[in-house]
Design a protein around this ligand. Structure first.
Ligand code: MTE
Length: 318
């Protein structure tokens, strides 16, 4: 086995510089033109091949979140995806293009001051977008590193104005078996849902993703809205969210409902706790030929370890 032990922060900065920083002036002008397109009705703009939010990208990078490795090329990350609605292989990118991501409405309900439906472009206008370089660790033993764009989940919580009884945030994906062949497979517990505690949602690291690589997220990444909590295994990262509910009961995630012996609620990354089918000690860094040691909380312990103090008796890992 080819395990390379690299100390954190050892890579040259140029390796962590995403493509959009190399945009030339002409590309920036195109971006400015897209802001004009944002004034068009979203569905009309989309039918004409323009994402109405394109002018919001690239967003300024939040430099707080550093990487210990190079970004993974978009040509790799956008062609190796888990999105079971579109198939159980990693090659779902083409099938996922069937999902119409405009118009797109997100229902905010449950224990909130005022339940409401919000259009994705209104939500984007209400939020300040930023870019963060985050790692993603899948329980299958691979990882990638992506420049996500989005906004802190805690801003979404503030926007939703939950009541004091709300303990968990439950997120749900679209349901449309006509375009998503996986949803015709009745043995899966559709629609895909998962969730986290209000405290986890309010943690600085919890991020609502709307873009990647300096532009609106491609469908296979979970457009137009997904979550990413980089200290947890990727299977918690609900894609293409249509409903966000504030609830008292712990939500049962898609994978936990399907196979409770293998998947739990907390699903924090821990190299010492194996999944029944995969050791978690190391991970293959996609796009390289390296396997590297996996880090506790995927290396984000300084931000999140406190969330789990006093919960040591629970099944905190996968
Ligand atoms: N969201 C939906 N709606 N459907 C899915 O099948 N798969 C999950 C998660 N979110 C999934 C989903 C799993 S198992 C992983 S590892 C990540 O998405 C993969 O995200 P990526 O394709 O952007 O790497």
């Amino acid at each position: 086995m080819n395990i390379i032990h690299r100390k954190g922060w050892e890579i040259p900065e140029r390796l962590a510089t995403p493509e959009h920083l190399f945009l030339n002036r002409r590309a920036l002008m195109t971006g400015a033109a897209a802001i004009g397109a944002g004034a068009m009705l979203p569905a009309v703009a989309f039918a004409q091949g323009k994402d109405p939010s394109a002018g919001l990208y690239p967003a300024p990078r939040n430099e707080l979140y550093k990487l210990d490795r190079a970004l993974t090329e978009e040509s790799v990350t956008s062609r190796y995806n888990n999105f079971y609605e579109f198939g159980s292989t990693k090659a779902i990118a083409d099938a996922a293009q069937k999902l119409a991501v405009r118009p797109w409405t997100i229902k905010i309900d449950g224990l909130v001051e005022k339940p409401r439906d919000v259009d994705i472009d209104s939500l984007l206008k209400a939020m300040k977008l930023e870019e963060r370089l985050y790692r993603l660790r899948c329980v299958e033993g691979w990882s990638m590193t992506i420049p996500w764009t989005g906004f802190p989940m805690k801003n979404l919580v503030d926007f939703a104005r939950p009541l004091s009884g709300a303990k968990y945030v439950r997120m749900e994906t679209f349901m449309d078996p006509k375009i998503a062949p996986g949803q015709r497979q009745a043995w899966y517990p559709w629609p895909f849902v998962d969730g986290c505690t209000i405290e986890e949602a309010a943690n600085d690291l919890s991020f609502m993703v709307t873009g990647a690589y300096g532009k609106p997220a491609a469908n296979q990444f979970g457009a137009p809205l997904r979550i990413h909590q980089p200290w947890k295994y990727g299977f918690k990262a609900v894609k293409s969210i249509v409903r966000i509910s504030f609830v008292t009961e712990r939500p049962k995630g898609f994978w936990e409902a399907l196979q409770p012996a293998e998947y739990g609620f907390w699903a924090n990354v821990n190299p010492e706790v194996s999944h029944p089918r995969w050791s978690q000690a190391t991970e293959e860094v996609l796009g390289t030929r390296e396997r590297v040691p996996t880090l506790l909380f995927n290396g984000y312990g300084e931000f999140v370890a406190d969330l789990y103090k006093g919960k040591e008796k629970e099944r905190l890992w996968a």
